[in-house]
Every structure is written in C-alpha cells, then in structure tokens.
Design a protein. Structure first.
Length: 199
C-alpha cells in the first residue's frame, strides 16, 4: 500500500476520483495508473484559482502506444497533440475521472460520436464548450451543468434585485436586476444545446 498515492487509494474507494499526476509520472503511466478506458473523461482544473472544469475524453492508445485525448477547446474539436496534453497536465490539476458507464458496445458508440465531430470549429464558452462535448459523447445530450448553475445563480440574483428594486422604488436596482435576470435566462437556454444529428 506504500506505493499508492492518496488519489489511488481514493480511486479504489470512489472510482470517479483520480490519482493526481506525480511530477515523475509520464502520460502512459498516468493512464495505466488510473486504469483509463476509452470514452472515460478527465476533469481538469487550473492549479491557481481555477474555478472552471475542463474536460478531455480518452480515446485509447494509438499504434505507437501513445495515449490520445479529444476535446472541444477554443480551437474546436480535435485530438490533443501529445506535447499539448503534457502541457495541459502541468497547467491543470486532474480533479477526477468521469468513467463512461455504458456497455462495451455503448463505449464504442461513444468513441464514434467523439470521432464524428473531429475538425468541428464551433466552440462557444457558454453555448458549445468542452462540457457540452463530454456530455454529448457520454450521454448523447449536449448540456453544461456549469453554465446551467451560473444561469440559475444569475436568475435568482436578478429576480431578487428586481423585486427589491420594485419594492423600494429604486429604478437603478430594478433595471440591474432585470438585466441580470435576462442574462441568467439566456445562460439557462445556452446550457443545453439541440441534439447533434448522428450519421
């Protein structure tokens, strides 16, 4: 048990969590150590003051035995180059692994879904981000819980300000509340995208 890092012990108790990458652990060791399977997703967060989760889908190993990941980042949907994923693992801390929970056939279909969108360049921070892509690969549904939660907070905050402004006859507070409420509703609408038609 001495050679297990705390994260690996947590993995055995709670399989959704990930053993954080040790400085001397290369990418192949990381994948093997955390027993990644194709279609599993790594959840990454920036090391300092990171508040947004980033998602990368593990595709498996290529012919050279190098692990390949796909994601929908600002450049669009693509296989993340080996040097870039290593760089990402230095900038971001792996928070957990979201295991694909389907059958072998469903796992293959998930990988086909991910591959079918390679080269797509329609990234949107709120409307088509890496979480939308991850959930579409896993569940066939494009939704971002992070965007939805932000929309909920803004909707509640905006409603509170709007009502408070109306009760206090404060035009400025009322207008700010209305604006925040509308922005929250828009975010809630952007959190779930229409289904992408599969080939």
């Amino acid at each position: 048990m001495n050679d297990l890092c705390k994260g690996q012990l947590i993995y055995h108790l709670y399989p959704r969590y990930v053993c954080r990458k040790k400085n001397n652990m290369n990418l192949v060791q990381y994948v093997n150590h955390n027993q990644l399977k194709p279609a599993d997703a790594i959840v990454l967060r920036k090391k300092f003051m990171g508040m947004v989760d980033h998602y990368a889908i593990y595709l498996g190993k290529n012919r050279l035995g190098t692990p390949e990941f796909v994601a929908n980042f600002t450049k669009g949907v693509g296989v993340i180059p080996d040097d870039e994923i290593k760089d990402q693992m230095q900038k971001y801390i792996p928070q957990k692994i979201e295991r694909f929970e389907g059958s072998t056939f469903e796992r293959k279909s998930a990988i086909e879904r991910a591959s079918s969108r390679l080269g797509e360049n329609a990234y949107g921070f709120f409307s088509n981000n890496c979480e939308h892509f991850k959930n579409w690969v896993h569940y066939g549904k494009q939704i971002s819980e992070q965007v939805d939660k932000a929309g909920t907070v803004m909707t509640i905050g905006g409603t509170t300000m709007l009502v408070g402004g109306l009760l206090a006859s404060n035009k400025k507070t009322r207008n700010w509340g209305a604006g925040i409420l509308v922005a929250g509703v828009i975010l809630k609408c952007l959190a779930e995208r229409k289904e992408v038609k599969e080939n």
